[in-house]
Design a protein around this ligand. Structure first.
Ligand code: SF4
Length: 390
């Protein structure tokens, strides 16, 4: 089997703040195959946007990538190893910042943000910006780049692109501006586009049109996507596979149909119960109980236990890793001790009373890293925490 287009392995990103160390991304692993749309879904604060910034090495201070590996088309974008002194250091084969800028960002991996006005300059025309982007990244002359810019505007459904070419961003609607960004992302024919909540600010009708457009273009250009969203409806509409994130971790990973019809994690169930679904009629929608805790001091044991309707005493002590929980051809992983594969006698454990949900246990890990076993990246973070405290 060929290598995945994108391979993320045990990626960790932390923010060193005055209040403490925020474990924004805490050991996530997932892959994207050629031509796939892979979702990263979860509430605000789950770590989705930091995860995609980490893949592109766009994390700004006080944030820092402290561990893991990211490979794209075989190239090492992020990679750490433990040095002789026990400290984490970058591996020699990791691409330099200049290589990331020239080879990867915008060319091989494009990104579309939620707010197009952040990416479009209000004082230049839409067509001029698109043309310049194509000239720079595809080594084209001005005339050829202008023709390509008009072609791309037509591709993304901008009516009368020759006339609209000379409009300024404020003369476009929100949906049209997002189409321009999609044109810009596709203009260099990247292998992967990272879309960070690109339809969140749009009304439902325009969102539907954009999702349809992306679906069509994805088929035409065979581009892969990582699609970041908090909206399960968008996931259902567009994704092939899904990673559900909670407090910096991936807690369920499956093909989209399996995730919707054979849900294996209570948090995913809660997300699904909180949205209207075209395939089911329900009396009332159930919002998820409580709020997501701070990533500075995540709950011990299962991080979702403070909000989980199925939580038992064992959940406050065992920190479940992501495991295969279904026998079958299609991988379906979940991080929840309800599943037999965890072998922690969940059924015999006392259901957790409301008041007990915040009483933390001793945090037994299920990934083979027992209590007291710390990786080099943990030690780096811990020493930083100590110095922060001093
Ligand atoms: S491990 Fe326990 S608290 Fe966590 S999701 Fe499963 S049942 Fe809920």
């Amino acid at each position: 089997m060929s290598e995945p287009l994108l391979q993320v392995e045990d990626l960790k990103t932390r923010f060193y703040t005055e209040e403490g160390v925020v474990r924004a991304v805490d050991g996530i692993s997932f892959t994207v195959e050629e031509g796939e749309i892979v979702g990263l879904v979860g509430e605000s604060g789950a770590g989705k946007s930091v995860a995609v910034s980490s893949i592109l090495r766009l994390v700004e201070e006080p944030g820092e990538i402290v561990g893991g590996e990211v490979r794209f088309e075989g190239e090492l974008l992020v990679g750490f190893e433990e040095g002789p002194d026990g400290e984490l250091r970058q591996r020699d084969e990791m691409l330099s910042n200049a290589q990331m800028r020239k080879q990867i960002r915008g060319r091989e991996i494009a990104i579309i943000f939620q707010d197009p006005m952040e990416s479009l300059n209000p004082v230049f025309t839409v067509g001029g910006q698109l043309r310049e982007f194509i000239e720079l990244n595809r080594n084209m002359g001005e005339k050829a780049a202008e023709e390509e810019a008009i072609h791309m505007l037509r591709e993304v459904g901008i009516p009368e692109p020759e006339e609209r070419y000379d409009n300024y961003p404020h003369e476009f609607s929100g949906g049209m501006r997002q189409r321009v960004l999609i044109a810009m992302a596709l203009a260099c024919e990247p292998s992967l586009i990272i879309a960070d909540e690109p339809t969140t600010a749009l009304d439902v009708t325009v969102e539907g049109q954009i999702l349809e457009l992306v679906d069509d273009l994805q088929t035409e250009y065979e581009t892969s996507f990582v699609w970041v969203t908090h909206d399960m409806g968008v996931v259902a509409e567009i994704c092939d596979r899904v990673n559900v994130m909670y407090l910096g971790e991936i807690i369920e990973q499956a093909e989209v149909d399996d995730l919707f019809h054979d849900t294996k994690h209570p948090y995913t169930s809660a997300l699904l119960d909180s949205i209207p679904r075209p395939d089911e009629t329900v009396e009332n929608l159930d919002p998820i109980e409580g709020v997501m805790p701070e990533a500075i001091d995540p709950p011990r044991g299962c991080r979702f236990h403070t909000r989980c309707p199925d939580a038992r005493e064992i959940c406050t002590r065992v920190h479940p890793d992501l495991r295969e929980v279904v026998d079958g051809d299609r991988p379906h992983r979940a991080a929840c001790v309800k599943h037999d594969v965890f072998d922690v006698d969940y059924d015999a454990s006392e259901p957790l009373a409301e008041k007990g949900r915040r009483e933390f246990g001793s945090d037994i890990r299920t990934d083979g890293r027992g209590v007291g076993t710390r990786t080099a990246s943990d030690r780096t973070a811990d020493s930083q925490e100590v110095s922060d405290d001093e």
